[in-house]
Design a protein around this ligand. Structure first.
Ligand SMILES: *Cc1c(COP(=O)(O)O)cnc(C)c1O
Length: 433
């Protein structure tokens, strides 16, 4: 499998390089050179196969023999080991695709689990571990920690700002142990990110450690996100009516994965890019002008992104042609007051508890009012945002999954460091000797 850089279509690498390096030179993102439609044989038995089997076949088509089939099958089956049920909103043609049945209760589990196993495979012939450095403001760290937990040959070091992530998020980062180490930095998220950036540029450190990142723009996180689009359409069953999928979006990885699924031949007629007031992409779809801005905090905070990193990938797929992209994707955005009203309305009308991200997907489908089949992505479990949910629905109305409740009693283990690169580096070097 070959991939090109969005900054230079002549810069072509193979999958291993794209996954280990994450980013192409000058901040380019990797994209598959070929997105050929799946063969007829894939579709003949599509509705009868399991989520895992269809996912493996899609992946095998994309990887095109790059990894031995039996190994690829294991990687996909291990990564996609929890369901993504399609749940109908009572008396409507609207469905929720629940993507939160994995370990960290958000769709990011699919990407993190797949990437960890792929990286572990690429590292198989090295005697030294691969060390993944991640800075997190909360949610990404949880998915990466759970996704890489106990993966052979990979060590994960997570840097998070002390006192600035929720108690629950902190437990997701600090209570696992084994190959996951949490560094509690006495500073901000930006300080954490600065330390990670400096480490990647540090030549002497890179001689000691084989460093990599679990960055959200890694192509290995994007590819498995296309698998559950197939699963959604499979569960919907054969239909001649148009299919619209609304994707609550921030960095637009999830939506880009859907565009890839469509290129592979999956029947999706229309996408909706649903955002909060960080509405850079809906504005672009409306006006043709792309204007990144500093992000604004909202109650759907996993979508507080002012410069969506996957926008370049969307542009690459459509060769920057606004008219073409508008044909496939429409935009919608909502403020926090609207969001709360929507969460309440979904609960009242359908006895369904949607989280503040998925809720915006639901509303965009109502507003577009298509008479075909409509699916929104429920991107996280609502209990991850219990403060907001309890404020809107009243306490006791949002079920808390057992694995989240259990986290409360787990012990937090972290190493406290100040924000200086020296302290971080000393700590890293000491543990290696
Ligand atoms: C990350 C995240 C999003 C945004 O996904 P993108 O792929 O960045 O657009 C939406 N909802 C939740 C709950 C998330 O964690």
């Amino acid at each position: 499998m070959k991939l090109y850089s969005t900054k230079n279509i002549d810069h072509i690498v193979d999958l291993e390089e794209a996954v280990i390096n994450s980013l192409a030179p000058e901040g380019g993102l990797y994209m598959p050179c070929e997105l050929q439609p799946l063969p007829e044989s894939f579709w003949s038995d599509f509705y009868n196969r399991s989520f895992q089997e269809n996912s493996y076949l899609v992946c095998s088509h994309l990887f095109d023999g790059y990894i031995p089939e039996n190994i690829l099958k294991d990687i996909v089956y291990e990564a996609i080991n929890f369901p993504a049920p399609l749940v109908r909103m009572s008396d409507t043609n609207i469905y929720s695709l629940e993507l939160w049945h994995g370990p960290s209760l958000a769709f990011k589990d699919f990407g993190a689990r797949f990437m960890s196993r792929l990286m572990s495979y690429f590292n198989r012939n090295n005697d030294s571990d691969l060390t993944i450095l991640v800075a997190t403001s909360g949610d990404t760290g949880g998915a990466v920690a759970a996704g890489f937990y106990d993966t052979p040959g990979i060590e994960v070091i997570i840097l998070y700002p002390s006192g600035k992530v929720s108690a629950l998020q902190e437990k997701q980062l600090t209570a696992l142990g084994k190959n996951i180490t949490a560094l509690e930095i006495d500073g901000t998220f930006d300080d954490c990110q600065a330390l990670v950036k400096q480490a990647f540029l540090d030549k002497s450190l890179n001689k000691q450690y084989r460093l990599s990142s679990a960055n959200s723009i890694n192509i290995a996180r994007l590819i498995p996100q296309s698998f559950y689009y197939f699963e959604a359409i499979k569960q919907l069953g054969p239909t001649k009516e148009p299919i619209t999928i609304s994707v609550p979006s921030g960095n637009f990885g999830n939506l880009t994965a859907g565009l890839i699924a469509k290129r592979l031949g999956l029947k999706i007629d229309q996408f909706i890019a649903a955002t909060n007031i960080n509405n850079i992409v809906p504005k672009y779809l409306e006006t043709g002008i792309y204007e990144p801005k500093p992000s604004i905090s909202t109650i759907s905070n996993a979508m507080d992104v002012g410069r969506p990193s996957n926008f370049d990938r969307m542009m690459a797929l459509y060769r920057s042609t606004w008219n073409d992209i508008k044909q496939d994707i429409s935009g919608a955005f909502y403020n926090d007051d609207q969001n709360k009203t929507i969460v309440k309305a979904i609960h009242n009308s359908h006895q369904y508890v949607a989280d503040p991200h998925g809720a915006l997907g639901y509303q965009s489908l109502i507003d577009v009012n298509s008479d075909g089949n409509n699916i929104f992505f429920e991107t996280a479990h609502p209990a991850k945002f219990l403060d907001v949910m309890d404020e809107v629905l009243g306490s006791g109305n949002t079920p808390v999954p057992k694995r989240l409740a259990l986290l409360k009693d787990k012990e937090k283990v972290s190493i406290s460091l100040d924000t200086s690169y020296n302290s971080f580096c000393e700590w890293l070097k000491e543990r290696k000797t």
